[in-house]
Design a protein around this ligand. Structure first.
Ligand code: PMP
Length: 428
């Protein structure tokens, strides 16, 4: 392999170090920004995360001194770009537990990775007799591609219900599995409830019934160590922008024999071995699924992000974010008129969705913005879940390792102020 942006001195994730956010915050230029003359409190990390200088520098360096299209030119710049791109693939292999390079497909994001499976594997393997199991807590990215597949093939979609405290109903799941079940597509962490799903258990159960499993890991891989082979997942999808990386880059992991058996999804340059007037022959993995000029600068940015996360320590990140979630849930649930959705803090990631009685979630987000606090409001691309919750919209605070306990206190105080404003308005 050629030159890599990897930091070889990054400590491993074996030891859990207590995390001090102040050690890392100065790497993120945007965190020093003022919003309405107040310090930015960025609590919208489930939507996307901020970028450290190291990620921006890795991409700048490629553009400034090594940039040319990958794989095609026999000249120095093209070789340098290609080496960096393929080194980025190696970095992803290590992140996911030492998988092989053929099993890492670069996509434009989580959404595209799931669509690739639905189109390629789905169209080849799914018929009208088959069932696909989804859960009530899925993001639209893990719903719509399967609905489209069902519309093309006549297959049925069935929904694994959630319990009132925001867990998957695993008893119901067990009874839903049958020889008709061909795929279970489930999120590792809910982007609304923060629920951490028991992925290994779900996969073991599904495999015993003969079904494959796709994991939407968009909200888990950025926050916790992951070994996809320990999971024994068949497909895993995630994206770069929720893990300090740039937009426009994502990853599909697939077991090699599955990917080998699947036809290409997008056709074009780069994914062929040979093209004749009569037809084409697809390239080997992973190129078969990477048509066109791939997002190689973004892949290099993602690799720098992975190096950075590993230097912080993903185990420490997971522990720290659970502490932040605990703090947020304790503090917010003590405020009268605030309802929090989802499981207890100990069983969730750093995502807290809530409602304030009598105040629409959009108004909450708008008022918090006046305090420099960025949260998200709406259905968070999980409309079936919001129907199940009986709430058309929720307000969502979501954390990353650069958030601090003081920011959670600022959130709580701003919520209290919001309630005061609305109480005053109601009295008028
Ligand atoms: N799945 C989940 C659980 C998500 O939270 C998101 C992003 N909101 C997506 C999929 C879509 O990810 P991407 O932006 O990488 O396509």
């Amino acid at each position: 392999m050629g030159e890599s942006t990897s930091r070889t001195d990054a400590p491993s994730d074996q030891q859990t170090q207590p995390l001090n956010p102040d050690r890392w915050r100065s790497d993120f230029p945007i965190l020093a920004k003022q919003i309405h003359k107040l310090p930015l409190v960025y609590l919208d990390n489930a939507a996307t995360t901020q970028k450290p200088r190291q990620v921006l520098a890795a991409m700048d360096e490629l553009y400034e001194s090594k940039y040319a299209n990958v794989h095609r030119g026999i000249h120095v710049l093209s070789e340098e770009s290609t080496d960096l791109f393929e080194a980025a693939r190696d970095t992803v292999c290590r992140l996911l537990g030492g998988i092989s390079r053929e099993e890492v497909i670069f996509t434009r994001g989580t959404t595209e990775a799931i669509n690739l499976v639905a189109r390629s594997w789905g169209d080849k393997n799914i018929t009208e007799d088959d069932e696909i199991l989804l859960t009530e807590m899925e993001h639209h990215a893990n719903i719509v591609p399967w609905q489209q597949l069902a519309a093309r093939t006549g297959a049925s979609i069935r929904w694994i219900p959630i319990t009132d405290d925001g867990h998957l109903d695993l008893e119901a799941f067990n009874t839903m599995l049958s020889p008709r079940t061909k795929l279970v597509a489930v999120t590792a962490v809910s982007n609304v409830l923060g629920t951490i799903n028991p992925i290994e258990q779900i996969i073991t159960t599904a495999h015993a019934a003969g079904a494959l499993v796709l994991i939407d890991a968009a909200q888990s891989i950025p926050h916790t160590p992951t070994d996809v082979r320990v999971w024994d997942a068949d497909f895993v999808a995630f994206g770069g922008h929720k893990m300090l990386g740039p937009t426009g880059i994502g990853v599909l992991y697939g077991k090699r024999q599955l990917l080998e058996s699947m036809p290409p999804f997008v056709g074009g340059g780069g994914m062929i071995r040979r093209v004749r007037k009569e037809g084409f022959e697809a390239a080997d993995l992973p190129d078969k699924f990477e048509a066109g000029t791939p997002p190689f600068v973004e892949a290099v940015g993602l690799a720098a992000a992975i190096d950075y996360l590993q230097s912080v320590g993903l185990e420490s990140i997971a522990d720290y974010e659970q502490q932040l979630a605990t703090l947020a849930i304790d503090r917010l649930s003590a405020i009268e008129g605030v309802d929090i959705f989802g499981p207890p803090a100990a069983e969730r990631a750093g995502i807290v969705s809530f409602q304030i009685e009598g105040v629409h979630a959009h108004d909450v987000a708008q008022i918090l913005d006046r305090y420099g606090i960025a949260i998200r409001a709406g259905h968070h691309c999980a409309m079936p879940l919001h129907l199940r919750l009986g709430a058309p919209a929720t307000a969502r605070a979501s954390f990353y390792f650069y958030n601090t306990p003081a920011e959670i206190e600022a959130l709580a105080e701003a919520i209290e102020e919001t309630q005061k404003v609305f109480r005053k308005n109601r009295k008028k």
